[in-house]
Every structure is written in structure tokens, then in C-alpha cells.
Design a protein around this ligand. Structure first.
Ligand SMILES: Cc1cc2nc3c(=O)[nH]c(=O)nc-3n(C[C@H](O)[C@H](O)[C@H](O)COP(=O)(O)O)c2cc1C
Ligand SMILES: Nc1ncnc2c1ncn2[C@@H]1O[C@H](COP(=O)(O)OP(=O)(O)O)[C@@H](O)[C@H]1O
Length: 312
């Protein structure tokens, strides 16, 4: 049975008295490095009889501080993924002026101690917090006794001998279309969510109807091209081919995500769906005729079936 998810809004709810082990970070993508940190949290929680929890911002902190505008996971996605790996308690807080201006000591006193009631803090080596990100792991350790908690600093999970896995790097890998590597570092397929909306109604005339996705979040999108995907509709999943791009053959200028679902013939306008990227097939091409595009889409379709055959 799946455990019930508990969500505390630290801006509204009264402090919860349960002693907790709390993971701190932004956790965009919930990649292997983040997962290592959560495992550490679960071990500590078990050992000291604490409730494993994560502090999450209602808004992504980078959104306010840097130029980054696209992310791998919404708050809802993070909660879904984290609960699937055993964390069921989520403490949410606004990343607002008041929060941003807390000094490191105030953050520890007000948030970690008073609001979270944390006995253990779990974070990565490079975790920064408080006004102008002036607090770090040393600050956390310095105040342990005064505020009655312990700190567990988790070492970086490496991507290879040089690189630590980082959300920044993963977002770049997605933008490059390096789906294989992304999925390896996420330990699951990269997934985006949205609603199926009207397109140009051209797909069906090409014999390739495509479900057009209106994103439910500012997801980072892979490079324009064709991907083998899996689309989840109403708790069922289907293999599919997705095209990210501006339909250069037809000279459009808005970037879309559209999906041709294999062996499928239903009206799904208005459905909320998610799309998992499994494999990059090719870059988008500007064809000189509809016939050439159709020919290429048939080749893509054959390749998809061949790929799926090899999977089973
Ligand atoms: C498997 C697949 C591959 C595609 N490849 C290309 C491509 O290389 N170049 C292109 O201009 N459009 C490509 N498209 C997009 C089609 O142009 C698009 O699906 C068609 O214009 C229908 O648009 P609509 O859904 O708005 O009606 C591809 C679509 C699919 C399903
Ligand atoms: N195999 C399929 N893959 C994708 N969509 C399909 C499929 N079969 C039927 N549909 C339906 O057809 C619609 C897409 O047809 P299309 O002519 O491309 O129109 P639009 O331009 O509005 O997306 C989808 O939104 C869906 O409701």
C-alpha cells in the first residue's frame, strides 16, 4: 500500500511537533545525486526514529536569482518522484523577500528549529542558504548544539571521474537532446506534463495525427527533433513518436511538442497527459514537400517498431 503524503505549508500551518530528518536543496530533476541524499535521510530516520521529510520551495529559487527559466520538475513532479522513493512528508515554503532576507542564523532558528522541528539536516557539500547564500555547511554545523540538531553532509554522486551530477548540467544535456545520458542520470525517463490541445488539424491529412501538448509547467525541452516516447493517458501508457519543433516544412514559428501515438485511434483533446522521452531518433528536417515528410515519418515509425521489438 502506498503511504499517505503529508504536506505542510510553513507559511500557513502551525509548526508540526513530530521530530524530523529534513533534506534541504532545490532538487530540480530529483537526479541520482538527490536520490543519494534521500537514501541517507531514510537511513538516518530509521536509525533515530525520525520522520523523513523534505523542505521544498513553492517557487524554484533559481527563478528569482538567476536567468534560468526552465526546469525539469515542477513542485508536483518533485513530490510525486520523492514519494515514490520513500519520502512522504513535504514542508513547503514561499521563496519570498522575507525568506530571502533571513540571515543564516535566523534561517536555522526560524525554519529549521521552530517550523520544521528538525533533529537532522541532510544536505549536499555545496548547500548554501540564508541572505545572499552566505550560510553553508560550516554554519549548519556551528549551530547544531544551540538548536538541537545534527547535520549529515552527503558527498557528490559523480557522473564520471570529473563531473558531479548537477541539475544545471542535466538541463543542458536535455537541451542537447542527449536523452540516453539524461535518463541514466535521472534513473528514470525524463517526463513532461500537459494538456492535449488543438493544432493545425494537418496531422490527420498526412495520416499521422499528432496530439499537441500545452505544457503545464516551464519544462526544459529537448532539441528540435523526433523522439521515441511513452505517453500516459488516463493511467494507461502507449509508445509513441514525439516531434519537438516548429514544423519547418510548413514554415511555422511556434515551437511545439506533438505526439503520434502508435496503434491508437481515439479523441484525446482536453486530456491531461505526461510524455516520457525514451530515445532521440533524429533532428527536425525542413522537407520540400509533404510527400517527403510522410515518407520520413513512415521510416521513423518502422524504426520505432523495430526498437520496441528489441526491447521485448
Ligand atoms: C514522427 C514525426 C516526425 C516529424 N518530423 C518532422 C520533420 O522532420 N520536419 C517537419 O517539418 N515536421 C515534422 N513533423 C511534424 C509535422 O509537420 C506535423 O506533425 C504536422 O504538420 C501536423 O501538425 P498539426 O498537429 O498541427 O496538425 C513530424 C511529426 C511526426 C509525428
Ligand atoms: N494515433 C494518434 N496519435 C495522436 N493523436 C491521435 C491519434 N489518433 C487520434 N488522435 C486524435 O487526433 C488529434 C490529432 O489530429 P491532428 O489532425 O494532428 O490535429 P491537431 O492538429 O489538432 O493536433 C489528437 O489530438 C487526438 O485527439
Amino acid at each position: 500500500m502506498t503511504e499517505k503524503i503529508k504536506i505542510y505549508d510553513l507559511n500557513i500551518d502551525l509548526p508540526d511537533l513530530q521530530r524530523k530528518a529534513v533534506s534541504l536543496g532545490n532538487f530540480d530533476g530529483v537526479h541520482l545525486g538527490h536520490q543519494k541524499l534521500m537514501k541517507n535521510n531514510l537511513e538516518i530516520s530509521k536509525k533515530y526514529d525520525l520522520e523523513p521529510a523534505v523542505l521544498l520551495f513553492k517557487q524554484n529559487t533559481k527563478l528569482r536569482l538567476k536567468d534560468e527559466k526552465e526546469y525539469m520538475t515542477s513542485l508536483e513532479d518533485k513530490i510525486e518522484i520523492l514519494s515514490s522513493i520513500g519520502i512522504h512528508t513535504f514542508c513547503l515554503i514561499d521563496f519570498d523577500e522575507k525568506f530571502m532576507n533571513l540571515s543564516p542564523r535566523e534561517f536555522i532558528a526560524e525554519i529549521i528549529n521552530k517550523k520544521l522541528n528538525a533533529s537532522y539536516i541532510i544536505c549536499g557539500k555545496d548547500y548554501r542558504f540564508g541572505k545572499k547564500a552566505s550560510g553553508d555547511v560550516d554554519t549548519l554545523e556551528k549551530y547544531e548544539e544551540r538548536y538541537n540538531y545534527k547535520t549529515s553532509v552527503v558527498d557528490f554522486e559523480k557522473e564520471d571521474e570529473f563531473n558531479k551530477i548537477s541539475s544545471n548540467h542535466l538541463r543542458d544535456l536535455i537541451r542537447e537532446g542527449n536523452i540516453k545520458k539524461v535518463n541514466k542520470l535521472l534513473a528514470r525517463p525524463y517526463k513532461i506534463k500537459g494538456t492535449i490541445v488543438d493544432g493545425m488539424k494537418r496531422g490527420r491529412t498526412l495520416n499521422f495525427p499528432t496530439a499537441n501538448l500545452k505544457l503545464s509547467f516551464n519544462y526544459v525541452l529537448p532539441i528540435d527533433g523526433v523522439y521515441l516516447t511513452r505517453i500516459n493517458i488516463d493511467n494507461k501508457s502507449y509508445y509513441a513518436l514525439s516531434n519537438v519543433g516548429k514544423n519547418p516544412t510548413f514554415g511555422e514559428n511556434s515551437r511545439k511538442v506533438e505526439t503520434y501515438i502508435l496503434d491508437f485511434d481515439q479523441n484525446i483533446y482536453g486530456e491531461n497527459v505526461s510524455i516520457e522521452f525514451l530515445e532521440f531518433f533524429r533532428y527536425d528536417i525542413k522537407f520540400t514537400s509533404r510527400e517527403e515528410l510522410i515518407e520520413q515519418m513512415n521510416i521513423d515509425k518502422k524504426r520505432a517498431y523495430k526498437y520496441l521489438e528489441n526491447l521485448s
